[in-house]
Design a protein around this ligand. Structure first.
Ligand code: NAP
Length: 259
């Protein structure tokens, strides 16, 4: 299955909301759902899949091994538990959530090269066993990516990173594209804060679309897969359709925004 775009994000979707959000997302037309073990809503997503009685090939599900797990044994266990909670035979994509545990992620210091290779080894084995179709990473910089590709023949399918207007790590995006790694754009709405940005609002008015659509179109134009999140069916619908063309001048203007 080719990865569907856009995907629906599940970070900060509570246990109470996750089943409804999945079902409404499916009704809107989303076929790609992005969760993580750390989001603690895999079981509720599993309930939605069961209730909708979906054929396995009708949707794409991504999960992520917690950033804190940096050894083979715990990674293996985490994969099996994730499958169990979701109630699926396989994941379409499993990611290493981050190269470093969150508590250390934004501090200088070691990048856990050995630990990431161990987690990758567990993922490769799970792929060989049919438990995962594609393997990927998240929040990885070029050095983190090379640590995996120097070690393993198994290709990195995707790198999921923070991308939105005002935050474009062009060197990582270009490196991924040059190496056939799909780039997924997380927080394309800047965790919601871009919706009220006056400069983005002005562009949205010009095209008679919502600011959210401008944000999602922008990351899509960078050849990345947008992963917007919403608890509201109207917003999900809004975010699913971004079929309009941004002019070259407006794209350049959005590129120049400091947010
Ligand atoms: N790999 C990682 O480390 C990582 C990190 C962060 C995120 N992610 C993934 O990326 C997904 C998206 O990122 P995100 O959760 O940070 O947030 P986001 O998609 O950038 O923004 C979500 C916020 O925007 C609001 N919103 C959505 N659509 C809207 C619309 N059309 N009009 C107005 N407001 C709208 C939502 O509120 P409503 O609910 O009211 O619509 C919510 O408050 C996550 O859910 C997760 O799957 C991955």
């Amino acid at each position: 299955m080719k990865i569907p775009s856009p995907g629906l994000g599940f970070w900060q979707i509570s246990k109470e909301d996750a089943k409804r959000v999945f079902i409404e997302g499916y009704e809107v037309g989303y076929r790609h759902f992005d969760t993580a073990i750390a989001y603690r809503n895999e079981s509720e997503i599993g309930e939605a899949i069961k209730e909708l009685n979906l054929k396995r090939e009708d949707y794409w599900i991504t999960s992520k091994i917690p950033a804190e797990i940096k050894n083979y044994k715990d990674a293996k266990k985490a994969i099996d538990e994730s499958l169990q909670r979701l109630g699926v035979e396989y994941l379409d994509l499993m990611l290493i959530h981050a190269p470093k545990p969150w508590a250390l992620m934004f501090l200088p210091g070691p990048r856990f090269h050995k630990g990431n290779r161990e987690v990758w080894r567990a993922m490769v084995e799970a792929k060989q066993e049919g438990k995962i179709k594609n393997l990927g990473v998240s929040n990885f910089n070029i050095e983190d990516i090379k640590n995996i590709t120097d070690y393993s023949d198994e290709p990195i399918y995707a790198n999921q990173i923070l991308i939105h207007i005002g935050h474009v790590t062009k060197n990582v995006i270009d490196y991924c594209h040059q190496n056939n790694i799909i780039v997924e754009a997380y927080s394309p709405l800047g965790v919601g804060k871009l919706i009220d940005n006056e400069q983005i609002k002005k562009i949205a008015e010009k095209y008679n679309v919502s600011p959210a659509r401008v944000c999602i179109k922008y990351v899509n134009e960078l050849d990345t897969i947008p992963l917007p999140r919403s608890r509201s069916k109207n917003h999900m619908q809004d975010n699913f359709n971004f079929e309009f063309e941004l002019s070259k001048e407006d794209k350049e203007y959005l590129d120049s925004l400091k947010i």
